[in-house]
Design a protein around this ligand. Structure first.
Ligand code: NAD
Length: 466
């Protein structure tokens, strides 16, 4: 009699279960994690169809569930610690603040406002309706913040979402997707409204971009992935790189500008795409600005040889060296053989305008400072340094005309006046929060309505009561 190899039997059974599950749309795990992209997307599509039968009140309740899961104190702490551990980037305290902002300040169903026309010919409405299954690609720099933010907006708009997280944030992304799924199902939502694959990879992301059941792609990341989604042939929202300049004019409150810039540029070790990446200061106030920055936790590299060594360490051509992205300022100083002073948050260096600390999106607490002869020269430089990303710029000035002129010239999606950059995403500034800022495709600070279609219903000859 032939004996069967148990390992072969296990593999065949697993394959058959996967195949049947993929075809029938039945989840293999129930917690949103699938062995391959096709089964994840099929399950999300099944979930979306069931979600169509849920009421707006149900949707609002599910959004509340996502907020509550994220805001549990032990979850906030776990997400921040795990993100720092797994990605090797950022700091725990600021990640807690970012996750809290995503959970509390991302708009929900209230973002979907119906437009209506009524008259002799009847009543016409435009309602904000779901796309169906959305493919969302998330970055290492804000792994859980983006999932929380996108999940709230996308589910509020009635969609299901397949996440393609950065491979270097797999463990944490799985934990969050699993935890959200369990809580949503417990609250009565269809299973698998939020799904992903067990092994996120570029191949899996490509499979997602090509899948016929994915109706909208949302990419939050660098230029490579934004270009990829925009070339996919599908409707796509691209939230790409920034290189935000902070311009400081002679009319500014320099003490406050210095503190705001250090606070913004050191926030989560400079990981946010919105964070100050270089400073352009008018000559007459540059020394005072630097002096005040040093009083607020900045350390200045004055020796050109040290600056050159830091460039060698953290810059590779036109890119930052990944190993140094999001590291603490103290760790970077120690690598240069400098004893980090207590409480150091940011490294600054006065550099020429064409220096990598100005031109490269470093995403670490290292900030180039450029001296401009006057305000016009400073504006010219800020516009060039932003690279036409149309992302974020910051300006410190008490001259309303200068602020207006700069905002018109630089054309960024976010323009923060007299505050730290994070005020632009609702942290200490008015307005809602997002972690997907779509400059290239123009949705701007995305929210539920960005992840939706506008559909017109026309009732002829009735329901006009005017
Ligand atoms: P990244 O571009 O390396 O990765 C982002 C995501 O895209 C990851 O999931 C990655 O796996 C995937 N990816 C990248 N290239 C791909 C390709 N060719 N094919 C398929 N998948 C691909 O970015 P990161 O280092 O994780 O994040 C930092 C970058 O993202 C910075 O440039 C930052 O400015 C930008 N960012 C922008 C926003 C925004 O809202 N505009 C928000 C956060 C981050």
């Amino acid at each position: 009699m032939t004996t069967l190899n148990p390992e072969v039997v296990r593999k065949v059974v697993a394959e058959v279960v996967r195949e049947v599950a993929a075809r029938s749309g039945t989840p293999t795990t129930g917690d949103g994690i699938f062995p391959d992209m096709d089964s994840a997307i099929v399950a999300a599509d099944t979930a979306w169809r069931a979600y169509l039968d849920c009421s707006m009140k149900d949707r609002a309740r599910f959004v509340r569930v996502i907020r509550d899961v994220a805001l549990q104190p032990e979850h906030l702490e776990y997400m921040a610690r795990c993100a720092v551990e797994e990605t090797g980037m950022g700091n725990v305290a600021d990640k807690i603040a970012k996750n809290r902002a995503a959970a509390e300040l991302t708009p929900g169903t209230e973002d979907l406002v119906t437009e209506a026309w009524s008259g002799d010919d009847g009543l016409t409405t435009i309602e904000i309706s779901p796309f169906g299954v959305i493919g969302a690609i998330t970055p290492t720099t804000n792994p859980t913040e983006t999932i929380i933010n996108n999940a709230i907006g996308m589910l509020a708009a009635g969609n299901a979402v397949v996440f393609s997280p950065h491979p270097r944030a797999t463990k944490l992304s799985h934990w969050l997707i699993r935890t959200l799924n369990r809580a949503l199902v417990a609250a009565g939502a269809p299973p698998n409204l939020i799904v992903t694959v067990s092994e996120p990879s570029i191949e899996n992301t490509n499979a997602m971009m090509q899948h016929k059941l994915v109706r909208l792609l949302v990419a939050t990341g660098g230029p490579g992935i934004v270009k990829a989604v925009l070339s996919s042939g599908k409707k796509a929202i691209g939230a790409g790189a920034g290189n935000p300049p902070a311009l400081v004019d002679a009319s500014a409150n320099i003490e406050k500008a210095a503190k705001d810039i250090v606070d913004g540029a050191s926030f989560d070790n400079n990981l946010p795409c919105t964070a100050e990446k270089e400073v352009i200061a008018v000559d007459s106030i540059t020394d005072l600005l630097k002096f005040e920055m040093l009083r607020n936790g900045a350390y200045e590299l004055r020796d050109p040889a040290q600056v050159a060594r830091l460039v060698d360490l953290v810059v590779d051509g036109r890119h930052a060296v990944t190993d140094w992205v999001g590291k603490d300022a103290s760790v970077i100083l120690a690598a240069l053989g400098i004893e980090p002073p207590p409480g150091v948050r940011l490294i600054i260096a006065e550099v020429p305008f064409d220096h990598p600390f100005v031109r490269v999106e470093l995403m670490m607490p290292v900030l180039g400072i450029v001296r401009a002869k006057d305000l016009d020269a400073a504006m010219d430089m800020a516009v060039i340094a932003e690279h036409g990303n149309r992302h974020t710029a910051i300006m410190h000035s008490s001259d309303v005309n200068a602020l207006t002129r700069m905002a018109k010239r630089i054309q960024t999606t976010i323009f923060v006046k007299n505050g730290p950059s994070y005020a632009g995403i609702g942290i200490g500034g008015e307005g809602y929060c997002t972690f997907t800022i779509a400059g290239p495709t123009g949705e701007g600070l995305t929210s539920a309505r960005s992840f939706a279609r506008r559909r017109r219903c026309v009732l002829v000859g009735g329901l006009n009561v005017r």
